[in-house]
Design a protein. Structure first.
Lengths: 304, 236
């Protein structure tokens, strides 16, 4: 009975089950690579999501503070009247969207984390009267006009344009983002370094087989493809574990932040953020195989 | 076919193990390489299968100056050379079939052709029923036959064999030599390193005699040629 092409194909696979001319499928102590790749993937996912999350947090804080000002009028008999006058005058300035005198209840809400929900104590405290100003755009001219109006209406009032806060917050969040990116780069570098070490170690273990293949006319490409396949399979296994651990952490974090009291801004990932995170395993795979290729070529280059 | 011109070889900063070697092997010729242990036979074989670059001189092979070839061109040239090593150098994790198939896989031959060729050749060397067995489960003689099959499977233009009959009985040795002669008649250039006086006596091919890194050539067919001073072990 004639044998089908499928039979031939299966037969050829059966002959060389491992698929390697060099016995890379044997366990020779380089299996730590899977664990290491898993750890690196996990750390990369954490650092990338940390960087993305911090970016969103900074954007929210900045947008919240950038277009807002608070005018504080120290407690006095005229404070409430002065505040009402300001609430009338300020919206006439360009780019001022609203100006609102904060009520006792608004101030109570703001102070509730420190004083509790009992608003009766507020009447006993010499609290300033606050005017919250919302801008459509912050320009130097607008800021100057607001300050002039405040000086003429309530000379003892203080204009808090949140600039000090803004600069400090931006410095902090940008610093953290840069740190997260540096950590990301370092992890990639270390991963690449470890893969190169593992490949060199395997090549040293199989020096005899390499020399034989070389003698038989195997090109550098032929030999490197076997190592690329080996690193690809090890990296894929490691990526699987790393991504799984990363997902579990994200789920845990999502559940945890849902239960928070709202003092922290909510962290939401956009579509692009998920695409960036999803591309990390592919990035690792590309770096792993590229490193394996370059390492094999550099070692083989020492042969004639 | 192969031309060595004033070739020298030294390992590192050590003394020359081969000095001023000059010879030519014509296409389709059959030569024996003889010499005592330590004479430089293995080093000469290494140069012939392009496993090392010479320290001085020039090696021309199949019309190409090997010193000027790029890596891929050298690999291509090596694919035309079959080598039978004294210690077989079979890959222990591969079956007899896969060991023999290695040169064809390296050359990119299709699996269908590989199957046909390897089965036919292993049948011919008497290992048709051992194809799936690992080298460790085979006798020394069987391993040697796989090594020979692997060397000739890709129909090389140059066949180098280092003591190919070392582990074989007389009958199998002569059968193997018959295979080499057959390949030679088909145009393959053959160089066999051997100590076997039995083979040297029976097959009157030209001999390259290495002694202390120097090479002499002796043609037993040329009656007028005075044989060079032969080492003791070659006295028939």
């Amino acid at each position: 009975m004639p044998k089908s092409p499928i039979h031939h194909h299966i037969f050829s696979i059966a002959h060389r089950k491992s698929g390697y001319d060099i016995p890379l499928h044997t366990r020779l102590g380089t299996e730590f690579l899977v664990l290491l790749i898993a750890l690196m993937t996990y750390l990369l996912l954490l650092s990338a999501s940390g960087s993305i999350g911090l970016g969103h947090m900074a954007d929210k804080w900045v947008s919240g503070l950038e277009n807002a000002m608070t005018i504080e009028i120290p407690a006095s008999e005229n404070a409430q009247k002065q505040a009402e006058k300001l609430a009338e005058k300020l919206p006439k300035i360009d780019y001022v969207k609203t100006a609102r005198v904060l009520t006792q209840s608004d101030i109570g809400d703001m102070l509730s984390p420190w004083l509790g929900n009992d608003t009766s104590v507020l009447s006993d405290l010499p609290l300033p009267t606050l005017v919250s100003v919302e801008l459509t755009k912050r320009t130097p001219a607008t800021t100057l006009s607001i300050k002039n109006t405040v000086n003429s209406t309530a000379p003892e009032a203080i204009v808090d344009s949140h600039e000090v806060w803004l600069v400090d917050l931006l410095k902090l969040t940008n610093g953290l983002r840069v740190t997260a990116l540096i950590v990301f780069g370092l992890i990639l570098f270390v991963t690449s370094f470890v893969i190169a070490g593992a490949v060199r170690s395997r090549m040293a273990m199989h020096q005899r087989e390499l020399e034989l293949l070389h003698t038989m006319g195997a090109t550098d490409k032929y030999i490197s493809l076997q190592f690329i396949r080996y690193i690809f399979s090890q990296t894929t296994k490691g990526l699987g574990f790393g991504v799984l651990a990363g997902l579990m952490t994200f789920i845990f974090f999502a559940v945890f932040t849902n239960q928070s009291t709202g003092t922290l801004p909510e962290l939401k990932m956009g579509q692009i953020d998920w695409i960036i995170l999803a591309s990390i395993p592919f990035l690792l795979l590309v770096i792993g195989t590229f490193t394996a290729r370059q390492t094999v070529y550099s070692v083989l280059n020492e042969m004639p | 076919m192969i031309k060595f011109e004033h070739v020298g070889l030294r390992y590192g900063i050590g003394p020359e193990v081969l000095s001023d070697i000059t010879f030519t092997l014509e296409q389709g010729s059959f030569h024996f390489l003889c010499g005592p242990s330590g004479a430089g036979k293995s080093s000469l074989m290494t140069l012939l299968y392009l496993g090392r670059k010479c320290s001085r001189g020039q090696i021309h092979m199949m019309g190409k100056d090997t010193g000027k070839l790029k890596r891929d061109e050298l690999a291509e040239l090596r694919q035309k050379i079959g080598v039978v090593f004294q210690d077989f150098r079979l890959l222990p994790h591969l079956s007899a079939f896969d060991n023999a198939a290695l040169p064809l896989r390296i050359s990119g031959v299709s699996e269908k052709k590989i199957k046909n060729h390897v089965e036919e050749l292993l049948d011919w060397v008497g290992l048709g029923d051992c194809m799936k067995r690992l080298p460790a489960t085979l006798s020394g003689g069987q391993q040697q036959r796989i090594a020979v099959a692997r060397a000739v499977i890709a129909n090389p233009r140059l066949l180098l064999a280092d003591e190919p009959t070392g582990n074989l009985d007389d009958e199998t040795s002569m059968k193997l030599m018959g295979l080499f002669e057959q390949l030679n008649k088909m145009g393959t250039t053959i160089l066999i390193a051997t100590h076997s006086t039995q083979i040297l006596d029976r097959l009157p091919h030209r001999r390259l005699i290495l002694n202390q890194g120097h090479l002499d050539i002796f043609d037993p067919n040329a009656q007028s040629t005075e044989p060079p001073k032969m080492p003791e072990f070659l006295h028939a």
